[in-house]
Design a protein around this ligand. Sequence first.
Ligand code: 13P
Ligand code: SF4
Length: 368
Amino acid sequence: MQATTELNFDHYSDLSDAEAGARIEDARARLGQRAVLLCHHYQRADIYRHADLTGDSLKLARLAARTDADFIIFCGVHFMAEVADILSRPEQTAILPDLAAGCSMADMASLAKVERCWRELAAVLGDSPDTRITPVTYINSAADLKAFCGEHGGIVCTSTNAPQIIDWAFARREKVLFFPDQHLGRWTGYKKGIALGRMAVWDPDLENGGLTPAEIENARILLWKGHCSVHQMFQVGHIRHWRAQYPDGQVISHPECSLDVCRDADYVGSTEYIRDIVTAAAPNTRWLVGTELNLVNRLAEESKPQGKIVQFMAPMICMCSTMQRIDPQHLAWTLENLAAGDVVNPIRVPAHEAALARVALERMLAVS
Ligand code: 13P
Ligand code: SF4
């Protein structure tokens, strides 16, 4: 596409949501099949309505790998657009409408800290960690951490496939280093029957993760001390209080919630799983949902005609502020530039990093 003079975002920031929405539709019509709009379930309603395809992280990764569109407009967060770039063909371009749309959990692990952890593990275990530990990164992580896993015999997982990925990892080596979400790692280990005493939290800000050599030797899973600030708001007390009022109600949570919340829930799974279970539920049922508010609000609206009541787990508002960064103004700006021949906010993972990250992602796609 031939570049013209790039339209500055300042011209868009004062647009009303409705004006921006109309311009999004117009630019999309001009772009036609050249652009596909992938949208995560946490996106706000005035973005979600423009989606060509929606999904959780795993589904969106697969869709990004399959699309023929020249431009993959990712309405989600940074690591998702990176995955789209890594899995798509070189001539395709992944675009994130606002580069500030990151994931605070993903930022809790960095390559420098993971490499230091690997060196410390080598010193304690008296061997190369590559022979004893499989690094497993949650897809909510930067591309260089996926590359680290690709290089060290490791793999990526999502909230959907974590149990199969843990099986894959233990079939190869005796221990797992799981980053950056301790809660997904703990829940997955728990479901696999690993005793809580054999899962140790690795604090990256402390020498040897704050663990003794004996604790490291004893651990089957080392859980990176990271979490999602949205999902940590949900408490087991919220579930118990609700169940006391609605004993017939059912509870569903995302595995980024704490172990106590997941143990108390009737169902635990990814955003797509939550959507599927609540959508397929019998009419006139009542649900308490522990995940981000945009998805819960959408499910509540969609379920109303069947008499289903869908409620949010926490009494306070828990929204993913970075997912919210993708707003109609940024999407209009991105699409109008594209229609005019200018690519703004492309996400390009450096080739050497992308090649190794792709190894870890393809291992995951082959397993799940
Ligand atoms: P899903 O893969 O379940 O959509 O989760 C992504 C995420 O960031 C949840 O907080
Ligand atoms: Fe990251 Fe949590 Fe937002 Fe998901 S909800 S994108 S884990 S900060």
